[in-house]
Design a binder for this molecule. Structure first.
Ligand code: GSH
Length: 246
């Protein structure tokens, strides 16, 4: 039995879901409640973040560790090229986009003016046990802002970082959304970049579709990013390469 311990709207969890789906590996999800998840995540894998994957007797935490494990344990449909040079490039890009995921998250949380829609997307999978779910909302909003360093200065710095990340995608694909980041097929670099930038572009069928907590100015900025080759690239990877379980 394979279990993914996750938060549905976490883009790091999405990266692992995509990887599992790409390999056609069945899994069940266990949605842990944000904040309280730490009791279980520490017990499971000694860490405070999700995703965590249980695969039989193995328990692995951190999306990169999980990705390398999946490539090793399930070599079919490989996402790491055999060529050593290309492989090194993929691994380097994967790490780079993982770091950028932090900036995407902080910038997005920094744009939220209306938390209702975000809280709904974050908490709708949990049962409203004795009204506790709703009572937790203000605590969570505060917790998210503290945990992810959502201050005006840091949000502004994250905007610079995420624009650099999008420029990196555009230089790798030479402005052509049909291309892949390394070589001529999908690799771990692509699913890392596409999943970790997806909350900005809200591809159809993802948990970010329909979340609307920001204002018109932010929307205009996002619309502009959508039109860029990197935005088109993320949407294209989702349309063409985001295989899903039936
Ligand atoms: N480097 C980690 C980052 C994972 C991460 O930041 N997960 C967030 C959700 S997007 C999390 O679990 N946050 C809860 C916490 O830190 O308590 C990975 O790649 O798995």
């Amino acid at each position: 039995m394979r279990t993914l311990y996750q938060f549905p709207i976490s883009h790091y969890c999405e990266k692992t879901r995509w990887h599992l789906d790409h390999k056609g590996l069945d899994f069940q999800v266990d949605n842990l409640f944000p904040g309280l998840h730490r009791l279980q995540s520490k017990r499971l894998a000694g860490i405070v973040t999700l995703p965590i994957l249980r695969d039989g007797a193995k328990v692995l935490g951190d999306s990169t560790t999980i990705a390398l494990y999946l490539e090793d344990a399930y070599p079919h449909a490989p996402l790491l090229p055999e060529d050593p040079g290309q492989r090194a490039e993929v691994l380097e890009l994967e790490e780079r986009f993982d770091r950028l995921g932090v900036h995407v998250r902080r910038w997005l949380y920094g744009q939220i003016k209306q938390w209702d829609s975000v809280m709904h997307a974050m908490l709708k999978v949990y049962r409203p046990l004795f009204g506790l779910r709703d009572l937790m909302k203000p605590v969570l909003i505060n917790g998210v802002q503290k945990l992810y360093g959502v201050t005006p200065q840091r949000v502004a710095a994250s905007q610079t970082e995420l624009l650099e990340g999008l420029a990196l995608i555009e230089s790798r694909i030479q402005g052509d959304p049909a291309r892949y980041l390394v070589g001529d097929r999908l690799t771990l670099a692509d699913i890392s970049a596409a999943a970790l930038f997806a909350p900005l572009f809200t591809p159809a069928g993802t948990p970010w579709e329909g979340i609307a907590g920001h204002d018109a100015k932010t929307q205009a900025f996002l619309d502009e990013l959508h039109a860029h080759p990197a935005g088109q690239w993320v949407l294209r990877r989702y349309a063409e390469d985001r295989t899903r379980r039936a």
